[in-house]
Design a protein around this ligand. Structure first.
Ligand code: NA7
Length: 547
């Protein structure tokens, strides 16, 4: 591979007009590790991020109550024992400030910042057939040429910030959770409205309910929730999980979801009493075990799913007590686990407070935002000082379709994905040579996994692939149309067998008007996906066209 280094310096101090071997978009969990690996290969590589620092998701999502619901000791890089053991978590599911500090620790330990350009949004990229490279444009007008372009943009990084007409007219403050300001927000004596009760809205609601004068929660689709147990970690607990490094390293990449636990029980083999015991046991664990480590059949078998759903409904009912709240907040029309399951702490109890009101949007949607607050279809205006939009993301695709990415013959990714969301194993896209992707659809990393497990696997695959190309003196790689067709068909067939495919949520892109429907995440399991990726690599990247 030839690299043409020019030396003119642009306004931000970087060499203008230079050619990179690889450019990484994003300095979050995937981008940091990708940068580390490609730099170790000796590539001229730089990461770009529109944020002012590292962290990705954990930079942007600084809303009140943001925290892990993967156990901290598994949401980890596992390539370096020193890196793993050099950081000690303070609790099982730490909050955003601690996670952001950890990401800084990673960037500092690996000395990554010197190769990251912050405060720089990528606005477009086009493939140049003659130079066999990408021309990438930044928001401040810089153009960078790079042989390989690697999107590490995160699956939930394109927030739905403007869902309602009239937002600009609001006299108070309005925040989307993923664009939360760094300065603390003063909630005392404020009337606050929260729109959205996904995993994010739930964390906000339970955190601010006792800090605000009035809290109005706008409820459209109810959510199954599981109570979190979040013990503090002292030196003993920290030493215990660090001792398990080798065990976790060998286990996590091969489970169904990249968590340490896997489906341990078979519904059909147990009596009703034994099933109940299992459900009680995993429920009491205070983690996502009930979802990800109880009965795999709940994802495929409606009868099993109905019983597990009833179990969770019963638990919620016992806490909510009030009939109206039960009717509003306990799901009836879809099964447990077919939407993302949030962990919570006293979330349901928040609705029992006298300053909290749940406003039903069932048959009465939000119509618009007016200067005084939120107006629903029946004409009611709920007066508010602060509106919190926990309204989610254009998941998996939004980060890239909001850029102008042009592949062979000027084809547009925004247009292509606007018709049909297709990738080859979520790692490359036919028609877009040398573009590598992480956390995009048709791979587990688009939703159903412990993100660090999946992102490490994808970035390692990409890194190995680039090393292979260099070794063979090749410059360009792209999946063939047939390879992509086969993967899409396999993905769809696998997804169709699950109950997830029969629901509506961001898992299928149905939260974004006009987005083509497809189960975004590969549902064959993290371990199985890894095996397929490894086999393809072992066969010299079979099914990919190389030049
Ligand atoms: P989610 O899970 O997509 O939740 C978004 C919430 O916002 C959900 O309750 C939506 O109701 C609600 N929403 C969105 N638009 C509207 C409008 N127009 N009116 C009323 N309510 C609306 O996003 P989160 O940020 O909570 O979580 C995303 C992921 O981040 C999560 O799964 C974790 O993996 C981390 P709806 O369900 O569409 O009726």
């Amino acid at each position: 591979m030839t690299t043409n280094h020019k030396t003119a310096v642009s306004k931000n101090g970087k060499a203008a007009g230079e050619k990179l071997d690889a450019m990484i978009i994003g300095a979050g969990v995937a981008g940091l590790y990708q940068l580390h690996m490609l730099r170790k290969q000796g590539l001229k590589v730089r990461a770009y991020d529109k944020a002012s620092d590292v962290g990705g998701t954990w930079y942007w999502n600084r809303y009140p109550g943001a925290r892990f619901d993967s156990e901290a000791y598994i949401y980890q890089y596992l390539f370096s024992e020193d890196l793993y053991k050099g950081w000690s978590w303070s609790e099982r599911f730490p909050g955003q400030p601690e996670i952001e500090r950890w990401m800084h620790y990673v960037a500092d330990s690996l000395d990554l910042r010197k190769d990251i350009q912050f405060d720089t949004a990528i606005t477009g990229a086009s493939w140049n057939e003659d130079s066999r490279s990408w021309n990438v444009e930044t928001a401040d007008g810089e153009t960078v040429e790079t042989r390989f372009l690697i999107a590490c943009c995160g699956m939930l990084s394109a927030p739905m910030t403007d869902p309602f007409p009239g937002q600009d007219s609001f006299k108070g403050q309005i925040f989307h959770t993923a664009r939360w300001p760094r300065e603390p927000i003063d909630f005392a004596s404020k009337r606050v409205g929260v729109v959205g009760i996904g995993a994010t809205g739930i964390q906000v609601i339970q955190t601010i309910a006792d800090k605000v004068e009035e809290l109005k929660v706008f409820v459209r689709t109810p959510q199954y929730v599981l109570p979190m147990k979040n013990p503090k970690y002292g030196p003993k607990e920290v030493a215990a999980y660090k001792d398990r490094f080798e065990d976790l390293k060998s286990k996590l990449p091969h489970t169904f979801t990249g968590f340490e636990y896997d489906f341990e029980h078979t519904w059909a083999e147990l009596s009703p009493e034994q099933r109940r015991d299992v459900l009680e046991q995993v429920y009491a664990d205070g983690s996502l075990k009930l979802w990800l480590a109880s009965f795999g059949e709940m994802f495929f078998d409606e009868a099993v799913n109905a019983e597990v759903s009833d179990f969770v409904r019963e638990k919620m009912r016992a806490r909510l007590k009030d009939e109206r709240l039960c009717d509003l907040l306990i799901p009836k029309n879809y099964g447990f686990g077919t939407h993302r399951v949030p962990l919570e702490t006293d979330y349901l109890e928040a609705y029992l407070r006298s300053n909290v009101e749940a406003i039903s949007l069932r048959d009465n949607p939000i119509e618009r935002i007016v200067p005084e607050g939120i107006q629903t279809a029946d004409g009611r205006v709920v007066p508010l000082d602060i509106i919190v939009l926990a309204t989610g993301f254009d998941a998996g695709t939004g980060a890239l379709t909001r850029m102008n990415i042009r592949g062979r013959e000027g084809r547009s990714l925004t247009e292509d994905w606007g018709k049909d969301i297709r990738t080859t194993m979520g790692l490359q896209i036919h028609g877009y040579p040398n573009l590598f992707t992480t956390a995009v659809p048709l791979a587990p990393s688009a939703a159903l996994c412990n993100m660090t497990t999946c992102l490490q696997q994808q970035t390692e695959w990409i890194s190995d692939c680039i090393a292979h190309l260099r070794e063979k003196g090749l410059q360009v790689m792209e999946p063939s149309r047939e390879t992509e067709d086969r993967w899409v068909a396999h993905h769809d067939e696998t997804a169709a067998a699950t109950l997830i495919s029969k629901t509506t949520s961001w898992y299928l892109g149905s939260n974004v008007p006009g987005k083509p429907r497809r189960v975004l995440s590969y549902t064959g399991g993290v371990g199985a996906y890894r095996k397929i990726c490894d086999e393809i690599a072992a066969k010299g990247y079979e099914g990919f066209v190389k030049q």
